[in-house]
Design a protein. Structure first.
Length: 357
């Protein structure tokens, strides 16, 4: 079985970050979302992986390389414009050949892996197996309607009156039957080749399409608040090995799950886990956590921060009561005065901001 990972797209809902980086490279718990996807594929025994890339192809290739560090063989497939998920399948047809494959959206986190779905698909009996999960608001998703045997009877995109609470999430297993369906498609009203339309053609053509309900943690990281929620979830899964022995001075206190990267230093601060501090970062006279991931080479002095994500190289100086922040690479946040006001920041790369202390 091969894999097709989709990592193109413009990521408009994650601006300003996606003005300067691919949305799949935004980190949660200090790891780009895309790497979580690729690790899940490695864990089901996939090696040959096609990676659909767009305008940030070079940045993605800098991170993923040839895939060997992950135990994969990566082939890059360029998409000139985001013309739909089924268009990605069409672009990758030569790479995929007649092999079975798993298609994985590169901005989705499935924190508990996809082994069960992969095993069920490999056991045969289906032309497609799509992952679904129960959601409270199915009208915001593509929805799968199924029979008593989990066979998909219909796929409806964002129905006004949903007949099911099973949302289609970002992992699909296909046999080569999907290629004929993709070749038969016409662009949708939004000008794209929709994978839901292709799967519906399989259904109406009498092919077997099964729904596989995913019971683990899933999140599409396409929005800021989703990133923060996912970050909190993954931080909560950090190993609880007790207080870190290196990098924390005697004037600091540590509570809960805290992981400190190589060369990072914590001076006179209070850390309330879960907290992840990247390599080379310095935290001084600050109160950090819970639910905070700090990227590499950051400097926090006289800072207060919780439920937030800092990317590489961020400086925060003299600003406390920060909550729910996502701060881009090499941004600087400093205090011009001593007002005690709670703050929220969502700012992009190389930004400089002055806010009340």
């Amino acid at each position: 079985m091969k894999a097709l990972v989709l990592s193109g797209g413009s990521g408009t809902r994650l601006r300003p970050f996606t003005y300067s980086m691919a949305k799949q490279l935004v980190p949660v718990a200090n790891k780009p979302v895309l790497l979580n996807c690729l690790e899940n594929l490695r864990d089901i025994g996939v090696t040959e992986t096609g990676l659909i890339v767009g305008g940030y192809a070079s940045e993605i290739e800098d991170v993923v390389g040839d895939g060997s560090a992950l135990g994969l063989e990566v082939t890059y497939i360029h998409q000139s414009a985001p013309l739909g998920l089924a268009h990605c399948v069409a672009l990758a047809a030569d790479f995929l050949g007649d092999d079975d494959f798993v298609m994985y959206l590169g901005d989705n986190i499935l924190a508990d892996g996809i082994e069960a779905a992969a095993t069920a698909f490999r056991e045969g009996g289906a032309d497609a197996r799509i992952l679904v999960t129960k959601v409270p608001d199915p009208s915001h998703y593509g929805v799968a309607e199924i029979d008593a045997d989990s066979r998909v009877t219909a796929l409806v995109e964002k129905p006004q009156q949903p007949q099911s609470d099973l949302a289609v999430i970002g992992v699909y297993f296909f046999t080569n039957a999907i290629h004929e369906a993709v070749r038969s498609l016409r662009p949708s009203a939004r000008g794209e080749l929709e994978i839901t339309d292709a799967i519906q053609l399989l259904v109406t053509g009498g092919r077997t399409v099964l729904a596989h309900e995913y019971h683990g943690y899933w999140k599409d990281t396409g929005k800021i608040d989703d990133l923060l929620e996912c970050n909190r979830e993954l931080l909560g899964r950090l190993p609880d090995d007790g207080p870190p022995s290196d990098g924390v001075d005697s004037a600091s206190t540590v509570h809960g799950q805290v992981v400190i990267g190589p060369g990072a230093r914590v001076i006179g601060s209070v850390l309330t886990g879960p907290v992840l501090i990247g390599a080379g970062s310095v935290v001084e006279n600050s109160a950090i956590g819970p639910d905070v991931s700090i990227g590499p080479d950051c400097v926090l002095k006289d800072a207060g921060l919780e439920h937030s994500i800092l990317l590489e190289g961020v400086t925060i100086d003299g600003v406390r009561e920060l909550h729910g922040c996502v701060i881009g690479r090499w941004a600087q946040v400093r205090a011009p005065d001593n007002d005690d006001v709670r703050q929220r920041l969502i700012i992009g790369d190389h930004t400089q901001a002055e806010v009340s202390a």
